[in-house]
Design a protein around this ligand. Structure first.
Ligand SMILES: [Zn+2]
Length: 159
């Protein structure tokens, strides 16, 4: 993800030399790039699967990446690094306590958001970034999405 520069400064640069503000600016830019590319990927997948009726980045609590308003289904694409994917996440070697609390607070926020949206009657589908990289993963995401969308359709039709 380009978190560590390949230059001679090495990894330690990130945390200690930069001010807090610089650091968060730095990370904000990393983060938005990551999100954009996985979102774009998901967009392509939806189009290829001919799934319509979604909106991107709606004004909704927790900022889901995609929302199907009519069926009340939200989709979050979680970056494996930022959200601490159990399969891919590797903590950077330095400043462990910093990264640990960063990722833990992201995960806590994810759980809170999921709970909150569910309590408001939304279905929440969370997709790990790495899932979209394999065709098996993409199929399984589409399957659960179709199933949630289908359920909503059936219940509205009364059975
Ligand atoms: Zn992952």
């Amino acid at each position: 993800m380009g978190l560590r520069g390949s230059d001679h400064l090495g990894d330690w640069v990130m945390a200690d030399w930069l001010t807090k503000e610089q650091r968060s600016r730095n990370m904000a830019s990393i983060r938005s790039t990551g999100n954009k590319s996985t979102e774009a990927q998901f967009l392509k997948i939806l189009r290829a699967a001919k799934i319509w009726g979604w909106r991107r980045r709606p004004k909704l609590k927790g900022n889901p990446d995609f929302v199907f308003n009519e069926q009340r289904v939200t989709v979050f694409i979680d970056g494996c690094f930022w959200h601490g994917c159990p399969r891919c996440y590797k903590m950077p070697r330095d400043n462990r306590s910093y990264w640990k609390s960063k990722v833990e607070s992201n995960r806590r926020r994810d759980r809170r958001t999921t709970k909150l949206l569910r309590s408001l009657g939304w279905k929440v589908i969370r997709v790990w970034e790495h899932t979209l990289k394999s065709s098996v993963g993409r199929e399984s995401v589409l399957a659960s999405l179709r199933s949630e969308l289908g359920k909503a359709g059936r219940s509205r039709a009364g059975g």
